[in-house]
Design a protein around this ligand. Structure first.
Ligand code: SAM
Length: 209
């Protein structure tokens, strides 16, 4: 348990640093770490989510009902073992959901879970959020949770008027404090900040193209 607190504390520190320096997500070192590290933690990932419990889910679960119009086509970026894709599927049972992650180990676990839960509406695929294999203006809603966000690609494949929901389970107050900064960051890619809200330890950010 102490190790978990230490790890979530470190995650909080990392998130706070990235909020102030978002360009770090494009750096070679960060991209390399993201290409290697997730595969190493994939097997124990869902156990960690379960240990963290309600704090992990709260921000995304509060954010999803803020999307008033039912989206037909949803993309979950950096899906990992599918946490946000499954939550979106429960919330929007009629939507088609595509969910990508560059870690094949994470995707393999997500696919096993989809099959066990009979979630045919979710397609899990290996993919890179920095170079999406989709046409411009394809999705009604983009979601992502606890992951780096590559806004220019996300904005490109989002339909005009489409929504983006970004959720983090940690460092909620830091996101709220940085609202102006986040608003400017979204605006660079033609996105408007609609709402940013602290939920338990985390926060959700809702934007529109
Ligand atoms: C902390 S996990 C979060 C997983 C899931 N969204 C959740 O909330 O549980 C971050 C995930 O982002 C993925 N990721 C990081 N950079 C990526 C990129 N450029 N393209 C695709 N996936 C990426 C990692 O492989 C990892 O599975």
């Amino acid at each position: 348990m102490d190790i978990l607190i230490l790890k979530t504390g470190l995650m909080g520190l990392l998130i706070r640093f990235i909020i102030k320096h978002p360009d770090i997500m494009e750096s070679k070192l960060f991209l390399k770490a993201m290409a290697v590290f997730p595969s190493k933690i994939s097997k124990s990932y869902d156990d960690k989510i379960a240990e963290i419990g309600e704090d992990y889910q709260a921000a995304l679960e509060k954010g999803l009902p803020r999307i008033r119009k039912n989206p037909r086509r949803i993309l979950d970026l950096c899906t990992g073992t599918g946490f946000a894709a499954f939550a979106a599927s429960d919330h929007f049972p009629d939507a088609t959901i595509e969910a990508i992650d560059q870690s094949k180990e994470m995707i393999r676990i997500a696919m096993q879970k989809a099959s066990a839960k009979n979630k045919d509406a979710i397609q899990f695929k290996i993919g890179n959020s920095t170079a999406l294999q989709y046409n411009d203006n394809t999705f009604d809603l983009m979601i992502t949770s606890n992951a780096p966000v590559y806004l220019s690609e996300a904005a490109r494949v989002l339909k005009p008027g489409g929504l983006i929901l970004i959720a983090y389970s940690f460092s909620g107050p830091s996101f709220v404090k940085a609202a102006k900064h986040i608003s400017r960051y979204l605006a660079k890619d033609g996105l408007t900040l609609l709402e940013i809200k602290n939920v338990r330890k985390g926060a959700y950010i809702l934007g529109r193209k």
